[in-house]
Design a binder for this molecule. Structure first.
Ligand code: ADP
Ligand code: AMP
Length: 214
């Protein structure tokens, strides 16, 4: 099962992708998490990516595509994977289509988690992220059991730098301009499915499972 999660920043792609990965025992591949891990570890890729991320801009395709193609070629991806935050541009989507074509494969589903812009800023300002294990919470709708501490690994959870309201506005503009066209792209490929991402997290997940098991 090869799945792409589409949707605006803060729509809930990561929240759902983690559950899909757990339920179907496939890797969750988040380009945002990969970049954040590189920033944390002080790598050259992290240094380059941070310059764009801090401004709410996309990391250039040439820094992004190869790392995803390498990742999906690894052995644990043989039975499928869930892509979260990739592709984000038409050239990235084309690179993915072409890479899979070479090995006689295609993606199975592109699931658009639909949340209006009006809800996004509230979601992002309440998001708390564990930079150690990648878990994500929300101070109101999905709180940690102990305030400020990750349920999964016990590290501190923080407000991501790029979740500041001004940066979120920029990220939303970038989403509409560069990423939203992918909805059409995957519609044309015949694999687009849409779920109402404003529902409670469990209901969104149930809708996704119904699509995957239809
Ligand atoms: P994305 O990966 O699309 O950027 P996240 O999965 O990190 O988004 O979710 C953004 C924020 O919204 C997080 O704080 C998350 O806990 C919260 N969230 C996710 N899904 C829901 C939901 N269905 N209802 C309310 N809050 C949600
Ligand atoms: P995310 O964790 O998915 O919200 O991503 C955080 C940031 O990482 C984005 O705002 C971009 O700057 C960068 N990023 C993540 N995935 C991609 C991608 N596929 N293409 C370009 N930039 C990306």
């Amino acid at each position: 099962m090869k799945i792409i999660m589409l949707g605006a920043p803060g729509a809930g792609k990561g929240t759902q992708a983690k559950q899909i990965a757990d339920k179907y025992t496939i890797p969750h591949i988040s380009t945002g998490d990969i970049f954040r891990a590189n920033i944390k570890n002080g790598t050259e890729l992290g240094r380059k990516a941070k310059q764009y991320m801090d401004q709410g801009l996309l990391v250039p395709d040439e820094l992004t595509c190869d790392l995803v193609m390498d990742r999906i070629g690894q052995a644990d991806c043989a039975n499928g994977f869930v892509l979260d935050g990739f592709p984000r541009t038409i050239p990235q989507a084309e690179a993915l289509t072409n890479a899979l074509e070479k090995i006689g494969q295609t993606m199975d589903y592109a699931i658009d988690v639909d949340v209006p812009d009006a809800n996004i800023v509230e979601r992002m300002s309440g998001r708390r992220a564990c930079l150690n294990c990648g878990a994500t919470y929300h101070i109101v709708s999905i709180p940690t059991k102990v305030e400020g501490i990750c349920d999964r690994c016990g590290s501190e959870v923080v407000l991501r730098e790029d979740d500041a309201p001004e940066t979120v506005q920029k990220r939303l503009a970038v989403y509409h301009e560069q990423t939203q066209p992918l909805i059409d792209y995957y519609q044309k490929q015949g694999i687009l499915k849409s779920v109402d991402g404003t529902q409670p997290m469990e209901k969104v997940f149930a809708d996704i499972v119904a699509i995957l098991e239809a």
